[in-house]
Write a new protein. Structure first.
Length: 349
């Protein structure tokens, strides 16, 4: 399905696809771009590759990359690195990089290029869960892909002016998403991957996220986020936060894209993170929209875990792929979930 640029941009301007040309004045301002990329037949998956450019460390940005290579093998690289010039050959602020990772907007809302050329800790999902990954065991990995956007932008607009007019509870939910704006796109792509000294061409599907916002995480209390695009062009996506302590309706926003139209949707029966398992976890979800109840079944694949000790608990972050099925079609897409040990115990009852 060929979408017009107006449909794809969904009310945004080409400036939203460019990066900050220089360090922002507000030290808390964040420029963030990431992708979730999956080989279309499920041979491998990259469950989040991204850069967080915070103004206070603008020239030494944090980047992270997860590479799921099948059979439980996961390579992970997370570090800080130097930055390239933001300007492309046309003088546009279309380049965003850190260390071995680089994003470039080739054509706003249509084509992007992503490349990585570095080394990553070579381990398994089970080792990540157990905390036994040997960070000194590194594997060289290189990929270069061109991505073509195939759905309209899904946009979150939480400008400071809008947040200032919200109730206290609504403002806290918006702050967890970020004070500023965020867009998410589904794509198809082609590229090359080199690992273990072998190079292969690939075709891929996935999602791209770009945001410029101030995002204090003191109100963040876990989440569930899923998306995928299917062979006929249908797609879905949503982000949901868990219930609030005072009964205020939590953030729950999403969409279904079908037959060329975006339908606002909310997730019901969400697959919260309730257990730490390598792969095969049931992550089926139901979405409620103008279309009625849409059920999408799914099971996790290419799982990556980051288990962090906090002052009073453990915080568990699961970044994975999933094999989804909907209306007789199958596709690989993303899922990200987070929760404390206490939340997991409560949700599993």
């Amino acid at each position: 399905m060929n979408l017009t640029i107006e449909q794809i941009a969904n009310g945004l301007t080409t400036e939203h696809e460019m990066f900050f040309p220089e360090q922002p004045e507000n030290p808390e301002m964040r420029e963030s771009t990431s992708i979730w990329l999956f080989e279309e037949n499920g041979e491998f998956g990259f469950p989040r590759i991204g850069i967080e450019g915070e103004a206070h460390s603008w020239d030494n940005r944090y980047y992270s990359a997860n590479f799921g290579l099948g059979e439980g093998r996961v390579l992970r690289d997370g570090n800080r690195g130097g930055v390239p010039s933001p300007f492309d050959a046309q003088g546009r602020a279309a380049v965003f990089g850190a260390g071995p990772l680089r994003f470039q907007c080739l054509e706003p809302f249509k084509r992007w290029r992503v490349s990585y050329d570095g080394t990553a800790a070579d381990g398994t999902t089970d080792q990540q869960i157990a905390g036994t990954v040997d960070e000194t065991k590194r594997a060289a990995l290189k990929f270069d892909a061109e991505l073509t956007m195939v759905t309209p932008c899904w946009v979150q607009d939480n400008s400071a002016e809008k947040v200032a007019k919200m109730s206290k509870a609504a403002a806290e939910e918006a702050t967890s998403m970020g004070i500023g704006w965020r867009l998410e796109h589904m794509f198809r792509g082609e590229g090359t991957l080199t690992v273990d000294g072998k190079t292969r061409d690939f075709k891929a599907v996935g999602s791209r996220i770009k945001r410029q916002s101030i995002r204090p995480l003191n109100f963040f209390r876990g989440h569930c986020w899923q998306s995928a695009v299917f062979p006929d062009g249908s797609a879905f996506g949503y982000i949901a936060y868990p219930s609030t302590s005072d009964g205020t309706p939590p953030y729950n926003d999403g969409y279904i894209f079908k037959d060329g139209k975006m339908y606002p949707a909310k997730a019901i029966n969400k697959p919260w993170l309730t257990k730490i398992v390598a792969d095969g976890d049931d992550v089926s979800v139901e979405l409620e929209s103008e279309l009625g109840i849409t059920r999408i079944s799914g099971t996790t694949a290419f799982s990556s875990f980051h288990i962090m000790d906090t002052e009073n608990s453990r915080f568990n972050l699961n970044q994975s792929g999933a094999c989804y099925s909907w209306d007789g079609q199958t596709a690989y897409g993303m899922i990200e979930r987070s929760a404390t040990d206490e939340q997991m115990a409560s949700w599993s009852k």
